[in-house]
Design a protein around this ligand. Structure first.
Ligand SMILES: [Zn+2]
Length: 226
């Protein structure tokens, strides 16, 4: 586990210069500031970023530090720990994967966060798919009816593009009715696709919009008539 006090002691050993009395900052303030990773620079030093970096350069006099890396992150790495940018926490560098493009060859996100992210994205995708189905019911209802109709050879091959759009419109309309009238509406084939004596067609002029109860009544009536 990361220990902030040990980390501060570690940084203390790296201090080469604390300045003259006027210009210097308090050592405690410096060490505290170095433990803040959420800010881009230790702002509590009360310096502008450029002068702050110059000051830190004077204090630590590091020769190997990559210039684009902040002092606190660099020291944390030397301390064998790393800031995980995903959940904003500190983990041992052994808990990070490899990433060749980064200065320390370490991934930005720790293993645990990576696994969590994968699980979350899987659940998010599942939820998205479910919602998509719910919000595009007319599309799926139409597709389902089309499949059913095709199975029954009920779809005429000479239907025009306009006819297909009309069919889609009917399904869309039924969903609009459901939304606006607070009652479940369905698309019904006037002459059923699977009638006993006659088979209806999946064509615009054989479609009507009924409430679910009307539709059930109708199919019951048809069964009674058989
Ligand atoms: Zn993490």
């Amino acid at each position: 586990m990361f220990n902030e006090n040990n980390f501060k002691q570690f940084i203390k050993t790296k201090i080469k210069w604390m300045g003259d009395r006027k210009a210097s900052i308090q050592e405690d303030d410096l060490l505290n500031a170095m433990c803040i990773f959420t800010q881009s620079l230790p702002i509590s030093l009360n310096k502008k970023s450029s002068s702050c970096n110059t000051l830190l350069g004077k204090i630590f006099q590091l020769t190997n530090k990559p210039t684009c890396i902040q002092y606190n992150h660099y020291f944390l790495y030397l301390f064998k720990y790393k800031w995980c940018s995903r959940k904003k926490h500190i983990e041992h560098i052994n808990n990070f994967g490899k990433c060749k493009t980064r200065w320390n060859n370490l991934d930005d996100t720790c293993y645990n966060c990576r696994i969590n992210k994968r699980q979350n994205s899987f659940e998010q995708r599942k939820e998205y798919n479910e919602n998509y189905r719910k919000n595009n019911r007319e599309y799926f209802a139409n597709q389902q009816a089309k499949r059913r109709a095709a199975k029954l050879n009920a779809t005429l091959t000479w239907l025009t593009k306009q006819d297909l759009i009309e069919i889609e419109d009917v399904y869309y309309q039924s969903q609009e009715y459901t939304r606006l009238l607070n009652e479940e509406y369905q698309v019904d084939h006037i002459v059923p696709l699977q009638g006993k004596n006659v088979c209806g067609l999946h064509v615009p002029w054989n479609l009507q919009i009924l409430t679910t109860t009307e539709n059930i009544k109708k199919s019951n009536r048809l069964i009674d008539n058989l």
